[in-house]
Design a protein around this ligand. Structure first.
Ligand code: GDP
Length: 444
């Protein structure tokens, strides 16, 4: 569905391929192409303006990195801004603290809401191994209830209904009661769809919501409606706070405007996308994968990331900034260690650090050995863990997994945590001193 957008953006890269670096002058052309491509993808003008401005600022701010051409750099900048536009990280469904997970599903008629209810039910049942109940509250259309019952029977998920004479909030409450009594793990409440947003529908949605205190309130919107979909999410969110959206019909020939706009316009993330009529056709929404699909340049992104990472290793300014922002993570820890190694033996470097200048060669050798062990442990971590060491501080099962994965004991991982924390503290003090005027205080 992003074909046109991808082609439009390709023109932008072409314009700076032969240049030495990105400049205020030579990015004018590419910015025009990006703007045009996004408008053609049905992204609203204010949003396009905002996006192009951010890309421009980032593009001019990037440092020239060895081995990376300006067009590749621009691809990376646009990729990062696209990911952030679409909400950054993938957003999962909320888990309940107590009792069953309750998902309230809303949407205008015809967008694929009922189908989405069946898809979600199947997803929770099959992938999350949950016992699922669906609840039909669309009392205005008997056909809607029948449709849900039919979907339920296809995937062997029971459907609770009370016909068309009951009150929607009451049906929802009774459905939840049944779920609690019969130990269901998840309940999907299908609400009534209307042709247009009207105040009756919103009131009803609020009442149903109050009756079941859902863990998620999701709105199904049709990707084919482009930026309008984002507006609908915003309108629903304004009157009955949502936790996210399901973007349906992503397999169709829509131009991409909905996927790009929902988060930015409504503030709510897309949690799932529907990619076909079959009940299996539901996928979690990944902003990063979607962005690289739009750009179609996975290997360029990897190249730029690697080159930037390599450049960062020797960039003290970057390290200072990380430290001041309290972002010194395991990647930095490892980089610092590697840098020390490349500067000679660790001992020589450590001797230059105050407090370490009494260090003996024996101690140095031991430190080098430990560091090799730490490196193995760090490579057993997930990307997230490396970027956010706090994840380990709070989670024994993660530490256990890392210990096992790297052939170490839990206490070794704890030791690594201790050393990491110590190094972070040391570097941070160092960074503060350097910021507040030279290294004079270092020996004190
Ligand atoms: P509702 O009125 O919102 O409940 O919409 P339905 O669930 O009845 O779906 C309306 C139509 O859209 C049906 O023909 C569905 O098969 C179709 N549909 C729903 N989701 C998708 C999707 O992700 N892709 C495609 N291609 N069709 C879909």
């Amino acid at each position: 569905m992003f074909d046109n957008l991808s082609r439009g953006l390709d023109k932008a890269w072409d314009m700076v391929r032969k240049d030495g670096k990105l400049t205020a002058d030579n990015i004018k052309g590419p910015m025009r192409e990006i703007r045009r491509a996004l408008l053609e993808a049905d992204v609203s003008l204010p949003l396009v303006r905002q996006f192009v401005k951010k890309v421009e600022e980032s593009a001019l701010g990037v440092k020239v990195v060895k081995g990376v051409r300006p067009d590749q750099q621009l691809v990376k900048v646009v990729n990062d801004e696209l990911v952030s536009l679409m909400g950054g990280e993938k957003q999962d469904l909320n888990e309940p603290r107590l009792g069953p997970q309750v998902i309230l599903l809303a949407g205008l008629q015809g967008v694929g809401k009922t189908t989405a209810a069946g898809k979600l039910a199947l997803h929770l049942q099959k992938k999350m191994k949950k016992k699922v109940l669906m609840v039909a509250t669309d009392v205005y259309r008997p056909a809607a209830i029948d449709q849900l019952v039919k979907l339920g029977s296809m995937i062997k998920v029971p459907v609770f209904e009370m016909g068309t004479d009951a009150d929607p909030a009451d049906i929802a409450a009774k459905g939840l009661e049944k779920a609690k009594k019969e130990k269901f793990d998840a309940v999907i409440v299908d609400t009534s769809g209307r042709l247009q947003i009207d105040s009756d529908m919103m009131t009803e949605l609020q009442q149903v919501k109050e009756a079941v205190s859902p863990t998620d309130v999701l709105l199904a919107v049709d990707a084919m409606t482009g930026q309008e979909a984002a507006g609908v999410v915003k309108a629903f969110n304004d009157s009955a706070e949502l936790t996210g959206a399901i973007l349906t019909k992503m397999d169709g020939d829509s131009r991409g405007g909905a996927a790009l706009s929902v988060k930015a316009i409504s503030g709510k993330p897309i949690k799932f996308v529907g990619t076909g009529e079959k009940l299996e056709a539901l996928e979690p929404f990944y902003p990063d994968r979607t962005a690289s699909r739009i750009l179609g340049m996975g290997d360029v992104l990897t190249l730029v990331e690697k080159a930037e990472e390599a450049a960062k290793q020797n960039d003290t300014e970057y390290m200072m900034k990380r430290l001041m922002q309290n972002k010194f993570d395991f990647n930095d820890f490892l980089n610092q260690y590697k840098m020390m190694n490349s500067m000679g033996t660790m001992g020589q470097v450590m001797k230059m650090i105050p407090g370490f200048n009494q260090i003996t060669d024996k101690q140095t050798a031991a430190a080098e050995k430990s560091m090799a062990r730490y490196e193995v442990m760090i490579s057993s971590m997930t990307k997230q863990e490396r970027a956010d060491p706090e994840l380990l501080a709070l989670n024994i099962s993660r530490r256990r997994r890392i210990a096992r994965g790297s052939g170490n004991k839990e206490k070794d991982v704890s030791e690594l945590m201790g050393v990491y924390t110590g190094m972070r503290g040391q570097f941070k003090r160092l960074a503060k001193m350097m910021q507040s005027g030279g290294m004079g205080g270092m020996q004190g």
